[in-house]
Design a binder for this molecule. Structure first.
Ligand SMILES: *[C@@H]1O[C@H](CO)[C@@H](O)[C@H](O)[C@H]1NC(C)=O
Length: 255
């Protein structure tokens, strides 16, 4: 073998060794697992999912939603998107389906319990989809991908359990990209009095005695390299916010 070629192979081998540390957390790599689907009649997602999205939990991402077990991560995983594809080449497409986590749950060693709709969308054809549905639980592989919501800004919905002006609870959804929201800061916009909020469960952030006046909801986005970035919405929550209302933040994040 020519010495130069030898050297090239050696350095390639060295590079792949140097890369193995990264491979363990490689965010583009597929991970082997299993998936089931919701046994109930909901073809789409569920309005009672543990992320607290309410009715949005059933319709977000066109109903391509999922419950996650470990990936739920005490609620931090809510809103994260995953490409999930089944591995039986007879029935399954290469692309699979992209789902959003809206709920917490597992069944028989699964990482995902998909909406029935999303489960069927992993198939190549409608006939293949019927076969997948009949199997109930299938081998899959998955990886985290960016969420994409065309023409949507990050949106804040005041939870129905809020009680103006004493108790404020809200969910944040439609965030694009691959980052987690790991902290939320609520600021009153006149005197800039701010407080960090608690994640009560799922994607729900709460505070008792919120400041009065228009409110700004700052969000800390963290990626899997630990890089963090505060995003402050363009639009404020109006002073007289109402339980059940949704507010467009006027901002979106990417990647
Ligand atoms: C998103 O917010 C911007 C303002 O920052 C606004 O111009 C735009 O209309 C909003 N998009 C949607 C779809 O509401």
């Amino acid at each position: 073998m020519a010495p130069l070629l030898c050297l090239l192979i050696l350095s390639a081998a060295f590079l792949s060794v140097a890369n193995t540390g990264k491979a363990a957390t490689c965010s583009d790599c597929f991970i082997q697992s299993r998936a089931a689907y919701y046994p109930n009649s909901d073809v789409q997602g569920t309005a009672t999912g543990r992320c607290g999205y309410g009715t949005f939990g059933a319709t977000i991402n066109g109903g391509d939603v999922t419950a996650a077990s470990d990936l739920y991560r005490d609620g931090i995983g809510c809103g994260a998107c995953y490409q999930v594809r089944c591995t039986n080449s007879k029935y399954c497409s290469d692309k699979g389906v992209t789902v959003v986590i809206t709920d917490h749950g597992s069944s028989a060693n699964t990482d995902f319990i998909l909406s029935r709709r999303a489960f069927a969308r992993m198939a190549q054809t409608t006939d293949a989809a019927a076969s997948l549905i009949a199997l109930g639980i299938v081998d899959i592989e998955y990886r985290r991908v960016s969420c994409s919501y065309l023409y949507k800004n990050i949106t804040i919905k005041i939870d129905e359990n809020s009680n103006y002006p004493h108790y404020l609870a809200f969910v944040i959804f439609y965030q694009q990209g691959k980052r987690d929201i790991t902290a939320v800061q609520l600021c009153e916009t006149k005197n800039l009095v701010c407080k960090l909020l608690d994640r009560s469960y799922g994607a729900i952030w709460t505070t008792t005695s919120p400041p009065s006046g228009p409110l700004s909801i700052g969000m800390l986005f963290s990626d899997d390299d630990g890089e963090e970035k505060w995003v402050v919405p363009v639009n404020n929550i109006p002073e007289s916010w109402k339980a059940g209302d949704t507010y467009d933040s006027g901002v979106q994040v990417n990647a």
